[in-house]
Design a protein around this ligand. Structure first.
Ligand code: IMP
Ligand code: MG
Length: 181
């Protein structure tokens, strides 16, 4: 908690709350898979801590892969355009794929990724997002598993960044506009 309180950040979800919710999501995913194998596809970089925790909360035979898309850039506002900057390492044809994302915001990223991944004919494609900001949606898309649904706040920590910083904060905090550098 030391860095966060030094920075004067407001905690939205504590590490304990996150762990509790991740355990619930893991149990649900385990149940839904009915013993089948899983390929977890993390969206770099923000989803890395969530994927690491969720992977250990699912009781299935799982493999990891990662993709990266063009992101928000350095600030808070989005450019609108999405492009793939890192492709999958392994084919996903015939596999049960779970896309693991940090935040579902406008939906542009996940709509693009869903379309891209479906072209490769997986057996199933599901989406897990730690946070969902439904009020910000531009593209019509819902996740199959949502950690927490939040209002229109800019959040940092547990993988999520502001200008690439703060990803290592253990709790999810709110970034305020007047935050000092
Ligand atoms: P979308 O394409 O607008 O749905 O945006 C998804 C991506 O934007 C997420 O994967 C995050 O990387 C980033 N993003 C959206 N909201 C936030 C936030 O509040 N904090 C940090 N990153 C965010
Ligand atoms: Mg992201």
């Amino acid at each position: 908690m030391a860095i966060q309180s030094q920075l004067g950040l407001e905690v939205l979800y504590t590490r304990q709350q996150i762990a509790g919710r991740v355990a619930e999501l893991g149990a649900q995913i385990t149940k839904d898979l009915k013993g089948e194998k899983l390929t977890m596809v993390g969206v770099l970089k923000g989803a890395a801590p969530f994927l690491a925790d969720l992977a250990r909360a699912v009781e299935v035979d799982a493999t990891f892969d990662f993709v990266a898309t063009s992101s928000y850039g350095k600030g808070i506002s989005t450019s609108g355009a999405v492009k793939l900057v890192k492709d999958l390492d392994e084919p996903i044809e015939g596999k049960n794929v779970l896309v693991v994302e940090d935040i579902l915001d406008t939906g542009l990223t996940l709509s693009y990724l869903r379309k891209f991944l479906l072209q490769q004919r997986p057996k199933s494609l599901r989406i897990a997002t730690l946070l969902d900001k439904p009020s910000r949606r531009i593209e019509k898309i819902e996740a199959d598993y949502v950690g927490f649904s939040i209002p229109n706040l800019f959040v940092i920590g547990y993988g999520m960044d502001y200008a690439e910083r703060y990803r290592n904060l253990p709790d999810i905090c709110v970034m305020t506009e007047d935050h000092p550098e």
